[in-house]
Design a protein around this ligand. Structure first.
Ligand code: URA
Length: 261
């Protein structure tokens, strides 16, 4: 154990105590810091209160509340989020969160990206930070497909604007794949596949066409579709799905849902 602020040179597998705890599924990094500071963590038999302490997992023995830290198996859950649930762990106003839908609320998983309160559809929850980074980093261009119901009829020219990319206040959007599904009572229903995940991006793209989004469902992440997953339920990702997502690249065109279109 080395109480210094920069990792020492060498090839030892060093991580800060904060990171070791959060990776072990004990809690978020913020929570882990609190617990270390509160004296709940021992390294090699001694209480360590500095969460930035470097530890060597192959040599140092870390205990949390008197129990040895066990390496947590990676978990990859797919959730079909209903509307009305926040993508946060805790809400000061006590509104429902996606964690209320998880089979084991205690287990520390974080969501890979977010969906708005009023958006339903696929959300991945994991404890694998590298995987999450891969799926959310716009450089990897993992496509996300949304089913959209707009508040008015959108012309072919409107849909072309979505396809080619339009100007939003945080810059132009990347080209998107857009497919008209149907017209319903003077309102257009279409699917859009984008490779970015900016805040409220699909809603803002539709607003740029002077329309509003009446309904938004994320129907696919990479090659993973909602399929038979029931709303509000989870299932584990298969190894193939995980592999496909880790290697997903631009150009995939995905979609399809048994959702209530
Ligand atoms: N785009 C949005 O506008 N909202 C979401 O929840 C996801 C994508």
């Amino acid at each position: 154990m080395r109480q210094i602020s920069k990792p020492p040179a060498g090839n030892r597998p060093l991580k800060t105590l904060e990171r070791v705890l959060s990776k072990a599924g004990v809690g978020s990094r913020t929570e882990a810091r609190k617990w270390v500071t509160a004296g709940r963590v021992k390294v090699n038999g001694r209480i360590v209160k500095d969460p930035d302490t470097w530890v060597d997992l192959e040599r140092d023995k870390v205990f949390f509340d008197g129990k040895p830290l066990e390496k947590q198996e990676p978990v990859y859950l797919l959730l079909y989020k209903p509307t009305g649930y926040l993508t946060t762990y805790d809400d000061p106003q006590g509104r429902p969160t996606i964690y209320d839908l998880l089979p084991d609320r205690d287990r520390y998983l974080f969501s890979v990206g977010r969906l708005d309160l009023d958006t339903s559809g696929l959300l991945i929850l994991t404890n694998d930070t590298a995987f999450a980074e891969r799926v959310t980093n716009p450089d990897f261009k993992v496509p996300k497909t949304y089913l959209v119901k707009a508040s008015k009829h959108l012309t072919d020219a409107d849909l072309d604007r979505l396809r080619h990319g339009l100007e939003l206040r945080d810059g132009p959007t990347r080209p998107a794949v857009v497919e008209r599904i149907r017209e319903s009572g003077g309102k257009s229903v279409f699917e859009i596949t984008i490779t970015e995940g900016r805040n409220r991006q699909v809603r803002r793209m539709v607003e740029a066409l002077d329309a509003k989004v009446l309904k938004l469902v994320r129907v696919a992440i990479g090659s993973i579709r909602i399929g038979a997953l029931a709303i509000g339920k989870t299932r584990e990702l298969t190894a193939d799905e995980r592999r496909a997502l880790s290697g997903a690249s631009e150009g995939q065109r995905l979609g399809g849902t048994n959702d209530d279109r």
